[in-house]
Design a protein around this ligand. Structure first.
Ligand code: PLP
Length: 266
């Protein structure tokens, strides 16, 4: 038997989705696929199927911070990823880990500002969460909002104005997709750094709705950053990987409208 050192670790802050499509499971599978190791501080337990959120209970913020500290004291944490935070207190607890130096300065942080589930259903109070995410923007190497989230966070309708506004408020890079704005055509993706478009890509639109695609995207990028990629290489590698995960997605039951579960073992 050969014992190796642990792979570069991504510490995720995310919620449990019992369907396995999104949240913690999406993070673990995506980060595993990126080559990195996933450690998770659990922010909330949700009650949901692949199609609908029925409710959730957030973890107490002191317990969240204690989970994170146990990992930070023990593992070579090379990137941070956050998804569903559930409460403003949990967002403040993560901000405090950055402010206090418990998370080493310069550790790449991918912020997926989850407000509501794709299929509908609250994952916290969207208005107060959107405001609280402001505290995390200055620590973010990258923020990956969907179109609803970027408008809620910035207050701007135009996606380009919205991205620039998040840059001004501290997010180093903003990845914007046009996927929710148009129902047809390819999906355009822009990366804003310093209020300028630094990278663009076009990804083919796939039929259907996917449960956990946002979590998978953000956590795979965090994994590639932990593995040493620069930001654009991490995004390019993730685009290619996620396309495969989505074209091989699984249908949980026979309803043709059902949200599909990305296949992250491809
Ligand atoms: N995190 C959790 C725990 C969730 O339950 C969900 C959606 O249901 C999300 C994040 C966001 O998922 P998506 O990647 O589909 O936006």
């Amino acid at each position: 038997m050969q014992i190796h050192s642990i792979r570069p670790t991504v510490l995720c802050f995310s919620g449990l989705d019992p369907s396995g499509g999104a949240g913690i499971q999406a993070d673990i599978e995506s980060i595993g696929a990126s080559g990195a190791h996933a450690a998770v501080a659990c922010t909330a337990l949700t009650v949901q199927s692949s199609q609908k959120v029925f409710g959730f209970e957030a973890v107490d913020s002191a317990l969240l911070a204690a989970q994170a500290k146990a990992v930070l004291d023990d593992f070579p944490v090379r990137a941070i990823k956050s998804g569903m935070m559930g409460t403003v207190d949990n967002i403040h607890a993560l901000a405090h880990l950055f402010e206090s130096g418990a998370i080493a300065t310069g550790t790449p942080y991918v912020l997926d500002p989850v407000l509501v589930a794709n299929a509908g259903g609250a994952l916290g109070d969207p208005k107060t969460l959107a405001k609280a995410f402001d505290k995390l923007l200055p620590y973010a190497a990258l923020i990956t909002p969907n179109t609803h989230e970027i408008r809620a966070l910035s207050g701007c309708q135009d996606l380009h104005d919205a991205a620039k506004s998040l840059n001004r408020r501290g997010a180093k890079a903003v990845l914007v997709k046009t996927s929710h704005d148009f129902q047809s055509g390819d999906i355009e993706q822009f990366l804003y750094i310093d209020e300028q478009i630094t990278h663009t890509s076009v990804v083919p639109r796939l039929a259907g709705e996917f449960h956990g695609s946002g979590c998978s995207l953000a956590s795979h990028i965090a994994g590639r950053l932990a593995m040493g990629d620069d930001l654009i290489s991490a995004i390019t590698a993730t685009d290619a990987w996620i396309h495969q995960a989505l074209i091989h997605a699984d249908r949980p039951h026979s309803d043709p409208e059902a949200q599909l579960i990305p296949n992250r073992f491809i």
